[in-house]
Design a protein around this ligand. Structure first.
Ligand SMILES: [Zn+2]
Length: 100
């Protein structure tokens, strides 16, 4: 009974080794080409859609403070200078927050 295990193990190991070697030798070229195709597809699909959205959000939050704009010290929203209601120590408060 114990011999069945001892006999079966090396057989399975050999079989799997042979199968792996055969698979590597036979499928190596096609597997590589398929893999590269998949990687290219993943890159184009993975970076363009979500990446573009993230970039747009970043641009909206970080870049917009221009010379005519300020960041409200209360709501941290970028406002035009004309919407500044108060200023404390260089921190401007927008009209919306000043009215609250
Ligand atoms: Zn505000």
């Amino acid at each position: 009974m114990a011999q069945d295990y001892d006999e079966a193990r090396p057989e399975v190991a050999e079989a799997s080794e042979r199968t792996l070697k055969d698979v590597r030798q036979m499928d190596a070229p096609s597997a590589k080409s398929v893999q590269s195709d998949l990687e290219e597809t993943d890159l184009s699909e993975g970076t363009e859609l979500p990446g573009a959205i993230v970039l747009d959000e970043l641009v909206v939050e970080v870049v917009p403070q221009g010379s005519d704009e300020f960041v409200c010290g209360e709501c941290f929203t970028v406002r035009h200078r004309s919407q500044a209601a108060r200023e404390f120590d260089g921190v401007k408060i927008c009209r919306d927050c000043a009215e609250l």
